[in-house]
Design a protein around this ligand. Structure first.
Ligand SMILES: [Zn+2]
Length: 181
């Protein structure tokens, strides 16, 4: 499993081969992503776009967790990743999160990708690509761009189908609600 940086589609190894299923690193990633999915679910039930994020240190301790709160806080910056990074900085008493991994259900937007790069995370793990605002690789690649001073290892596609289904279901439900109103 050596190479976790995306770039050659390596993440597909985790989702598409049976050999990956018993890999301890894969199981650990699934465990934390499950937690992020649960946070996202609660946010979705509260009327937010369901996105959840978890920060874990290199010893496997949970440092911080958050979900999207944009509607509840009336704050355009209250994305799950931003809130989780802020909480992690407070918990660890440093902004420099170079021994932490951030798990997030959806590929980060430009704002969150910027914050992730500034935090100098050891690893970003996300679930599903965002074709609208994903700036890890889908719409743009901020971490590898000239404006990034941190080389960010990324693992994409952990629990991809669960993350995709959660978002699709939420948007479908919202559409139905609007049509019924
Ligand atoms: Zn964001």
């Amino acid at each position: 499993m050596g190479n976790w940086e995306w770039g050659m589609g390596n993440w597909q190894m985790f989702e598409n081969t049976s050999a990956a299923i018993d890999n301890p690193a894969y199981l650990m990633h699934r465990q934390w992503m499950s937690r992020a999915l649960k946070l996202a679910q609660e946010a979705g039930e509260a009327g937010e776009v369901p996105v959840g994020a978890v920060v874990v240190d290199d010893a496997g301790n949970l440092i911080a967790e958050a979900a999207n709160r944009r509607e509840r806080d009336l704050d355009p910056t209250a994305h799950a990743e931003i809130l989780a990074l802020r909480a992690a900085g407070k918990a660890l008493q440093t902004w420099h999160l170079n021994h932490c991994t951030l798990y997030v259900t959806l590929e980060p937007c430009p704002m969150c990708t910027g914050a992730i790069v500034l935090a100098r995370l050891a690893l970003l793990v996300y679930g599903v690509d965002d074709p609208k605002t994903g700036t890890i690789r889908t719409v743009a690649n901020i971490p590898d761009s000239a404006c990034s001073n941190h080389r960010l290892p990324v693992l994409a596609g952990i629990m991809e189908s669960a993350c995709r289904t959660q978002l699709q279901d939420w948007f479908a439900q919202r559409r139905r609600g609007r049509e019924g109103a």
